[in-house]
Ligand binder design. Structure first.
Ligand SMILES: [Zn+2]
Ligand SMILES: [Zn+2]
Length: 410
């Protein structure tokens, strides 16, 4: 059986857990149910994997995003505690199919249409086993305030030396078994119905990226990560062909017909996890800043002091309108920022919904009108949910978002 190692938390002086059932430690000792405060390296393996579980207090989810919060979460499988310089690291070793079950019900709601859950099972499995496992992060570029410096960053999965994946949005959301519990049958059924199935292109497992809402056009891989063309991570229209799709300014200011352009609150209520339902306006959105406020944001987020901001100039955009090079000009200098996630990080206390935005000046303020939520590469979760609700099967959904791919048992 394939096992996945998931990092649950790092840098804690001690980890509070509640054991549900009896576990064995590395020395063969028995550890019974109840509250435990773990402050040293250990491995706890459940005696009965089907009934034993452990709950961890204070797991942070949505790190750095607007939905960040701490939760108590419950997991199956083994718990490993490692000691590192910054404190203790908690790692959960869990069977692949259980991991996929939890990811689907953390990323989406268990009350989603079944074909969406199946599509998500296939891509969550493929994402884990596919080439994203070794996708490179950017080299760290020097920051030279006040000159024509360029900050160009993206983030890869090799940031985790002690485990394969973290439990948060950086990798895939993995929030334990509580979310999967009701109604457990729907998610469990989707995982069983697609057991072992992966997304393949040319015989190899795909890098099955996904994001919340593309905004009407999906994005190509290289806008968010290293400069490569991945044939199935290309830009597609998320719906019928629309006028204005070739001009980002027109496109972002319009509200084109697309699978993910839905106002069906009943459907959104069924497909999004509770904390994502706090976010309603994601297909098109708007934020605004004063010049000083923006300068302060850039200073705190990028450690570059440009003074009050006088201009935001998109230099390069991908086909969905997402900016991947943005010049930020202040009274004391300017800097070019990329790629899409770094731009979103620089211009918000959490993260902007996306880097697909146009900039207007209104009474000295900067008004950003934007499209979509997330990087927009690969499957659009909201669009896929709408396709499933319209009665389309998971294979059709996957071939829409990943053109040229096939679903096969790996
Ligand atoms: Zn991660
Ligand atoms: Zn979409």
């Amino acid at each position: 059986m394939t096992t996945v190692s998931v990092g649950l938390m790092e840098g804690s002086p001690a980890i509070e857990v509640e054991l549900i059932g009896t576990f064995s430690d590395a020395a063969g000792g028995r550890v019974g149910p109840g509250l435990r405060r773990l402050s040293a390296e250990t491995v706890l393996v459940p005696d009965d994997p089907a009934s034993c579980a452990f709950a961890v207090e204070g797991v942070t989810i949505g790190i750095g995003f607007h939905w960040e919060r701490k939760e108590r979460q419950t997991f199956r499988g083994a718990l490993r505690i490692l000691r590192r310089g910054a404190g203790l690291t908690a790692v959960n070793d869990v069977p692949l199919e259980e991991y996929v079950t939890s990811v689907i019900s953390s990323e989406m709601s268990a009350s989603c249409p079944p074909e969406l859950l199946k599509a998500h099972a296939v891509i969550s499995r493929s994402w884990l086993k596919g080439p994203s496992a070794t996708a490179p992060a950017s080299p760290v570029a020097p920051v030279d305030p006040g000159s024509r410096a360029e900050i160009r960053r993206w983030y890869g999965r090799e940031a985790h030396p002690d485990f394969e994946v973290c439990a948060d949005d950086h990798c895939q959301r993995y929030q334990g078994i509580a979310e999967a519990a009701s109604p457990a049958s729907a998610v469990g059924e989707a995982v069983r119905a697609t057991e072992g199935e992966m997304l393949l292109w040319g015989g190899a497992i795909c890098d099955a990226r996904f994001s919340k809402c593309c905004g009407g056009l999906t994005e190509r891989y290289g806008t968010a990560w290293d400069d490569r063309e991945i044939p199935y991570l290309t830009s597609i229209g998320d719906g019928p062909p629309q006028p204005g799709a070739d001009d980002p300014e027109t496109w972002i200011r319009s509200s084109p017909s697309a699978f993910c352009n839905t106002r069906d609150l009943e459907l959104l209520g069924r497909i999004l996890p509770g904390f994502d339902q706090e976010t309603r306006d994601f297909f098109r959105w708007r934020v605004e800043y004063g010049a000083e406020e923006l300068g302060e944001l850039v200073r705190s987020r990028l450690s570059v002091d440009l003074g009050p901001i006088v201009g935001l100039q998109p230099l390069s955009r991908g086909p969905s309108g997402r900016i991947f090079r943005l010049r930020i000009t202040g009274e004391r200098g300017d800097v070019v920022v990329g790629k899409e996630l770094e731009i979103r990080r620089a211009l918000s206390r959490s993260h902007l919904f996306s880097s697909a935005f146009v900039v207007d000046r209104e009474a000295g303020r900067f008004v950003l009108t934007g499209a979509g939520w997330g990087h927009g590469v690969g499957l659009c979760q909201i669009g896929a949910a709408v396709m499933a609700a319209e009665g389309r099967g998971y294979r059709e959904i996957l071939s829409h978002y990943y053109p040229g791919t096939v679903v096969e048992r790996g």
